[in-house]
Design a binder for this molecule. Structure first.
Ligand code: AKG
Ligand code: FE2
Length: 227
């Protein structure tokens, strides 16, 4: 019989392998109900019991250009650190993923930043990229969802535009619509895929994070709007 911790490590290895395969083949990976169940549960309980005052309106742009923009995004966020068990468990998991991806894909991921996000009913985030070629140091975006029993009628899909590079006439953007169901893990190359969050019809909870290359910037940088 396999000890629980060994079984857990095997599960993570299988998941990390699938994520790496998706990135290597398509530049993105979408796997429903994939986050380890105990971690999903810990994070969902944590986010549900966090005081509302911990969540701040999310902005766009960086540094002096940072601003709150009601037309672009209306969600609230709370940056994640190692101060509590849930934050620690999440950052341990993303660290394992980082090591695995560096070993298998040689991505040179150096650091990671992430926040909880709460989209209340009607909240959205318009089409944007998380990084721009040559401008940012965000390499890989990671999103996980913490919503139990999400149905199609609840809206709040993540829409990924996966065929933006195509300029051939008549070829529409290929879009992939992701239901933000419990434990679904989405990973994609930050510079490559514009995406948006459609308005949800009920509270929508998630974590969004970014693996970065080193550039000495220590503060959290919020995503950029597509120009
Ligand atoms: O919650 C999502 O589905 C994606 C969020 C997002 O695109 C972002 O925070 O940059
Ligand atoms: Fe984004």
């Amino acid at each position: 019989m396999i000890a629980p911790s060994a079984a857990h490590a095997d599960d993570c290895n299988a998941l990390f392998t699938s994520i790496a395969d998706g990135i290597a083949t398509n530049g993105f990976s979408i796997i429903p109900a994939a986050l380890p169940a105990d971690l999903s549960q810990l994070l969902a309980t944590h986010i549900a019991t966090m005081p509302t005052s911990h969540f701040k309106r999310a902005g766009i742009g960086r540094g002096a250009e940072h601003s709150i923009n009601d037309v672009v995004r209306t969600d609230t966020i709370s940056w994640i650190n190692r101060d509590d068990a849930a934050g620690k468990a999440w950052l341990d998991w993303t660290q394992s993923l980082q090591l695995f991806l560096n070993r298998t894909l040689f991505l040179g991921l150096f650091s990671f930043e992430s926040h909880f996000a709460h989209y209340a009913k009607g909240d959205f985030y318009k089409k944007h990229k998380d990084a721009f070629v040559g401008e940012g140091n965000r390499i890989l975006s990671v999103v996980v969802y913490l919503n139990q029993y999400w149905s199609k009628d609840d809206g709040g899909e993540l829409v990924l535009y996966v065929n933006q590079q195509s300029t051939s006439a008549g070829k529409d953007d290929h879009v992939i619509s992701v239901t933000p169901g419990f434990g679904t893990v989405v990973v994609f190359l930050s510079e490559q895929f514009p995406h948006e969050v459609l308005a949800a019809r009920r509270d929508r909870f998630s974590i969004a994070g970014w693996f970065r290359l080193s550039d000495g910037v220590s503060s959290n940088i919020e995503p950029l709007i597509e120009r």
